[in-house]
Write a protein that binds this ligand. Structure first.
Ligand code: ATP
Length: 395
């Protein structure tokens, strides 16, 4: 039965379409009218904080949950009513779930044998070669490292040639170095086999490293979706600006402009944003800039049509990270501003307590759709993120 279900679909991956999907649990809506198309052969990441609905989305696609509303199409075929094992979908979980009493080879061949597919052993060896583990085919899972076990789990999923491979935080149990290495390997494997990968993670760096397209999810909705660079360089909401990397946000009032640029007022200082990079062009808006785009100066730089300058503020933290130094500057009206400066010269450019100005290219500014944030919320949010980023670096 499963063989027939699998052979109905393309060998090389299929488009996944979610059409108007909602999922309501008693007293709680986890997914709200979600429309999403993932093209065949792409590596797609669903990224969001705990509880945003990403695992529920994955379980709906796998058939482990039924949607309250909507349809799921794979390769153009409606699979909404199909049981999990009849869907051409395999899942790789964070826990490898390998059979401990079987050899690596038997683990990988298991599904093929059960479905009575010819040359299960030959195909299992091929899949193990793909993950560069054919030389340990006779070992038991316990004789492998965590990273190797995860690669066996991947081989076991890929060998079935599913039209769609679901990855549920697959690298979460690995240490940081191994995780980075596996991210590159997973990406290479996906390109080699050409299957459609749907990857669920709360790790923004993991999503950006591997995926062609990242969808940032918040409270059961997709806030923004696009190539990693696009999301990073031009976030459209405060949530995306903060969840994907860090952002410095300024509550401003639109005060005029030209065809190309909107001029805003930040407590008497002009901050300009290109019109094409702003979601709104009137009233109270929020403008932002990424920390690595800022330059610190101990003397007030000249603002001109191409550069925004704010300040003075006071340096309240200097953290040497190796490749960069991260400064926190307390700026009246917005709170803590983060600056990442590459360590191109010996010694810091500013010290704790220094009075500094911050400047950046107008083209690096973005304007957000969200309503004005009160500065208290903004600065506490920024300091939370500063703590979170330090924790991540210390990991
Ligand atoms: P995490 O990264 O922590 O796994 P997530 O983004 O994957 O989070 P989901 O597991 O999809 O989040 O859960 C989304 C929301 O739906 C959560 O608030 C969760 O408590 C709720 N939820 C999930 N499953 C059920 C259930 N069976 N009954 C009731 N609520 C549920």
């Amino acid at each position: 039965m499963t063989v027939a279900a699998h052979s109905d679909f393309a060998e090389s991956g299929a488009d996944l379409e979610l059409v108007g999907i909602s999922k309501r649990f008693p007293g709680f809506t986890a997914i709200e009218r979600l429309d999403l198309t993932i093209p065949a052969g792409s590596f797609f990441a669903l990224l969001g904080p705990s509880g945003c609905g990403k695992t529920t989305t994955l379980r709906l696609v796998a058939g482990l949950e039924d949607p309250t509303e909507g349809k799921i199409l794979l390769g153009g075929k409606d699979v909404t009513g199909l049981t999990p094992h009849r869907r051409p979908v395999n899942t790789v979980f964070q826990s490898y779930a390998l059979f401990p009493h079987m050899s690596v080879l038997e683990n990988v061949a298991f599904g093929l044998r059960r479905r009575r597919i010819g040359d299960a052993v030959g195909k299992a060896h091929e899949a193990l070669k793909l993950v560069e583990l054919d030389h340990v085919a006779d070992r038991k899972p316990a004789q492998l490292s965590g990273g190797q076990q995860q690669r066996v789990a991947l081989a076991r999923a890929v060998v079935n040639r599913p039209a769609l491979l679901l990855l549920d935080e697959p690298l979460g149990a690995l240490d940081l170095k191994l995780r980075r290495q596996m991210q590159q390997e997973l990406k290479q494997i996906q390109q080699e086999v050409g299957l459609t990968f749907l990857h669920v993670t709360h790790d923004q760096e993991e999503a950006m490293t591997m995926a062609d397209t990242v969808a940032v999810m918040n409270q059961g909705r997709i806030e923004q979706m696009g190539a990693p660079e696009e999301l990073y360089e031009l976030p459209r909401t405060v949530f995306v600006a903060n969840f994907l990397g860090q952002s410095n946000l300024f509550p401003v009032e639109v005060a005029g402009g030209t065809d190309q640029v909107i001029h805003t007022d930040f407590l008497g200082t002009r901050i300009s944003v290109p019109r094409s990079r702003s979601e709104r062009d009137s009233g109270a808006i929020t403008v932002g800039v990424r920390p690595e785009k800022l330059t610190l100066s101990k003397h007030e730089p000249e603002a001109d049509a191409t550069r925004n300058v704010v300040g003075p503020g006071r340096v309240t933290d200097v953290s040497f990270i190796g490749v960069s130094t991260q400064y926190t500057v307390d700026l009246p009206g917005t709170g803590a501003v983060q600056v990442f400066a590459q360590n191109l010269q010996a010694g810091p450019t500013a010290a704790l307590g220094d009075e500094v100005w911050l400047s950046w290219h107008v083209e690096h500014t973005f304007g957000l759709a969200d309503d004005r944030l009160d500065t208290g919320a903004l600065s506490s949010d920024l300091s939370t993120r500063a703590i979170a980023s330090r924790a991540a670096l210390a990991e």
